[in-house]
Design a protein around this ligand. Structure first.
Ligand SMILES: Nc1nc2c(ncn2[C@@H]2O[C@H](COP(=O)(O)OP(=O)(O)O)[C@@H](O)[C@H]2O)c(=O)[nH]1
Ligand SMILES: [Mg+2]
Length: 269
């Protein structure tokens, strides 16, 4: 192996380690503060924590909500750095029809992330539960941050659900996963010649603008502050495993949930 190649490999290895350390640096510390909620909502949040058996003192708890097939389980596996079929390490089952409305808890197989828990909140806004009741029934207010998985466009239930979160001073973020399939389709339709970073960036710009227009149409000012990140579960898994893969907005997304959950716990940067 030539000297140049060796230097290149060392440099790539170094970048991977730096990336991994950045992510773990936050997640591997127990929260130093409990979540902060408006005074008049403390009692509700206390009851919610008890009902869900959430330990907000020792764990960061992230909820993932959204309709069936929006990619929640895949996103959870990706954040945990797992392949979808890594059942030995407790991968969430992908592509199953949601027959339950039970919230499922997932820890992190990586011991460095032992103080983080992530929760699958299935079927938000289905016909059996309207979004407002769902928020109350499921005691969503006790999570540090709620990640709302959406499809091509934001629907009414997702908007109502987001408004409930905002009322509880709860950080939320919309995520549109499966962006790799969007790019593949554009190529098949011959609207792009290849899937390179320029084509991805261009498409993300278009999707972000379309998202903003949808939010504007709701005429709800608070929602303008809620970002939407466009990602692929596959790139996100690589990102979480410290590989240099930030094809869509994986790094922005993880940085955002870290920053917002700190805000909710009054952790000053
Ligand atoms: N190509 C691609 N497929 C995805 C992605 N995320 C989810 N999927 C697929 O979308 C389908 C539904 O995903 P799943 O995680 O089960 O959605 P859930 O019902 O919301 O938990 C499955 O076939 C996944 O493999 C992604 O980022 N890229
Ligand atoms: Mg699922």
């Amino acid at each position: 192996m030539g000297a140049n190649k060796t230097v290149e490999y060392i440099s790539i290895a170094f970048k991977c380690i730096t990336l991994a350390v950045e992510v773990y640096d936050y997640f591997n510390q127990r929260p130093k503060h409990d979540i902060v909620v408006p005074d008049d909502m403390e009692e509700t949040v206390r009851k919610a924590k008890a009902a869900l058996k959430l330990d907000t003192l020792h764990f960061f708890n992230f909820g993932v909500a959204g309709h069936s097939k929006t990619g929640k389980s895949s996103l959870i596996n990706a954040i945990r750095g797992l392949e979808d079929d890594d059942y030995e390490r407790g991968a969430a089952e992908v592509d199953v029809t949601e027959t339950t409305h039970e919230i499922t808890q997932y820890g992190f197989p990586n011991p460095l992330l032992k103080d983080v828990r992530i929760y699958d909140i299935p079927g938000a806004g289905t016909l059996t539960h309207d979004a407002n009741n769902y928020y109350q029934d499921k005691r969503i207010c006790a999570f540090d941050t709620v990640i709302i998985c959406i499809q091509e466009s934001v629907c009414r239930e997702e908007i109502d659900f987001a408004i409930q979160c905002i009322k509880y001073n709860q950080p939320i973020v919309f995520v549109r996963s499966r962006c790799d399939t969007v790019m593949d389709n554009l190529k098949k339709q011959k609207r792009i010649t290849q899937v390179d970073q320029a084509a991805v960036d261009n498409q993300i710009q278009k999707m972000s603008e379309a998202f903003k227009r949808e939010i504007e149409r709701t005429k709800i000012a608070e929602l303008r502050k809620v970002p939407c990140f466009f990602i692929s579960a596959y790139s996100l898994r690589d990102h979480m495993n410290g590989k240099e893969s930030d094809v869509y907005q994986e790094k922005l997304f993880i940085d955002f949930i870290i920053a917002e959950s700190k805000r909710r716990r009054n952790i000053v940067f």
